[in-house]
Design a protein around this ligand. Structure first.
Ligand SMILES: [Zn+2]
Length: 240
């Protein structure tokens, strides 16, 4: 096979390896951001719990004030009972006392349920805080582990990248330029095999005459559909 084609095949192999490293690093980083996201969600949930507790505390203070005010109104009306002359006035005071007693009972019930809700919100917040601190600890450990892994991957990547530099400089500049452009445009796959007349990049058929030329391997051919660089490798089963 043409030496240039061999060089291109080797370059493509190395680039696939490099892109594999990039993918590995990305996956590691995604693991971390997934954990970070879960932590962010917990932090927001805690803030929501705290806001809810604050709101409940305010409602509790309002209910306490209402309760106290109803209590003082009862005392006030009871004091006035001795001073009124007519039964009509007497009835009016009694009615007011009854209403305020009802209000007191209502606000007391409200207070009981508010206290329960406040406690519930506090429990919820502290449960979330426990989970959060566990997750933060785990994230710290995981980040350290991931950074170590990434360092290792980058070490391996570097030696492959050096190999790539060597292969790239061996190619003629215009050919390298075309290869690099294809690599970007065709998602990391610029040089592909042809199997039974089909381009393994886009899986479209190549005209039979061109496939024969590709088989000969004397000259570089591009897929008429995807423009990828084509090569032919004889399969063991195809050997005549
Ligand atoms: Zn193609």
């Amino acid at each position: 096979m043409n030496e240039e084609i061999n060089q291109l095949i080797a370059l493509q192999e190395v680039d696939a390896e490099l892109s594999g490293f990039d993918q590995e690093i990305k996956e590691q980083e995604q693991e971390i951001s997934k954990r970070q996201l879960s932590i962010n969600e917990k932090e927001s949930a805690i803030v929501a719990c705290q806001d809810k507790a604050k709101d409940l505390e305010q409602q509790k203070r309002n209910a306490e004030i209402e309760n106290e005010e109803a209590g003082s109104r009862i005392k006030d009306r009871q004091g006035k009972m001795m001073q009124v002359q007519t039964s009509r006035e007497h009835q009016a005071l009694l009615k007011e006392i009854e209403e305020n007693k009802r209000l007191m009972k209502e606000t007391e019930e409200q207070l009981i349920s508010l206290l329960e809700n406040i406690e519930q919100a506090a429990n919820e917040a502290s449960e979330l805080e426990n989970l959060l601190s566990g997750e933060q600890k785990l994230l710290k450990e995981e980040t350290e582990a991931v950074n170590k892994k990434i360092k290792k991957i980058e070490g391996r990547r570097k030696s492959v990248a050096n190999k790539r530099d060597g292969l790239a400089t061996a190619l003629k500049a215009p050919l390298l330029k075309r290869y690099n452009m294809l690599l970007v445009k065709r998602e990391g796959l610029a040089v592909v095999q042809t199997v039974e007349g089909v381009c393994q990049g886009c899986f479209m058929s190549i005209p039979p005459q061109q496939f024969n030329e590709v088989r000969k391997g004397e000259k570089l051919h591009l897929c008429p559909t995807c423009q990828r660089m084509l090569y032919y490798k004889q399969e063991e089963s195809e050997e005549a």
